[in-house]
Design a protein around this ligand. Structure first.
Ligand code: SAM
Length: 215
């Protein structure tokens, strides 16, 4: 197999993301700064810039680039945001979030995945990310409120615990549905209550935990 040229493959991927409707230049720019091939196993290197989810071990996946970009765009990030991410996985989405926000708090329930990602991001020089191993469906109350919350695993219903930790004016993006397909929901906390909309139909691995699916 021909070795890939990451720079060329990345340009092609960014073009694909534009074609599929991603228009926030900050999101596309952040994609250009996070080398996805560093987040997958060597055996997957050649596919790292294809617009597909890839296995990362333990039955988990690094999400499809388009879905990562869409979720990031939907968050409407601002540089002073404090973000909670549930489902660190490979750390790719975490690194993107860390590109243009104040601080990212990320929780992964699988210890090995969480520790590998923590080390990977440390080696890459990210200093504005706090890692935790545990059940992210409970959030991280010690650090709430968060301006933005992103959940990268599918919940059966919106976890009230997470909504409680979202600041007023904040946005949460989370897949909600059954274990085969979900609605990608956006919740926005306003002074009047919570507004919601469905941005897409998606398929995510389950959010396993007290406020997610039981093991
Ligand atoms: N965003 C990740 C990336 O870029 O690689 C992909 C995340 S993967 C689709 C979903 C992750 O959520 C898995 O690593 C899984 O172990 C994790 N997960 C599932 N339930 C969880 C929970 N209750 N708390 C924290 N992490 C959870």
């Amino acid at each position: 197999m021909e070795p890939i040229n990451p720079a060329i493959a990345l340009r092609r991927l960014i073009k694909t993301l534009r074609t599929k409707g991603i228009s926030d230049e900050r999101v596309l720019d952040a994609f250009g700064k996070v080398p996805r091939h560093c987040f997958v196993d060597g055996g997957m290197y050649a596919q790292a810039y294809d617009d597909n989810a890839l296995p990362i071990g333990f039955g988990q996946t690094i999400s499809q680039p388009y879905i990562v970009a869409l979720m990031t765009e939907l968050l409407q990030l601002e540089k002073d945001d404090k973000i909670l991410e549930i489902g660190t996985g490979s750390g790719f989405q975490t690194a993107l979030l860390a590109q243009f926000s104040r601080r990212v708090y990320t929780i992964e329930r699988n210890r090995e995945l969480g520790e590998v990602s923590r080390e990977r991001l440390r080696e890459m020089g990210y200093v504005n990310v706090a890692f935790k191993i545990g059940d992210g469906s409970l959030g991280w109350p010690q650090h709430s409120q968060f301006n933005k919350i992103i959940v990268t695993a599918a919940a059966p219903v919106l976890p009230q615990t997470l909504l409680d930790q979202l600041a007023e004016g904040g946005r949460m993006v989370i897949p909600v549905g059954d274990q085969h397909s979900q609605d990608l929901m956006v919740y926005e906390k306003t002074g009047q209550g919570v507004e919601q909309c469905c941005a897409a139909h998606v398929v995510f691995v389950p959010l396993i935990g007290q406020k997610g699916w039981r093991e």
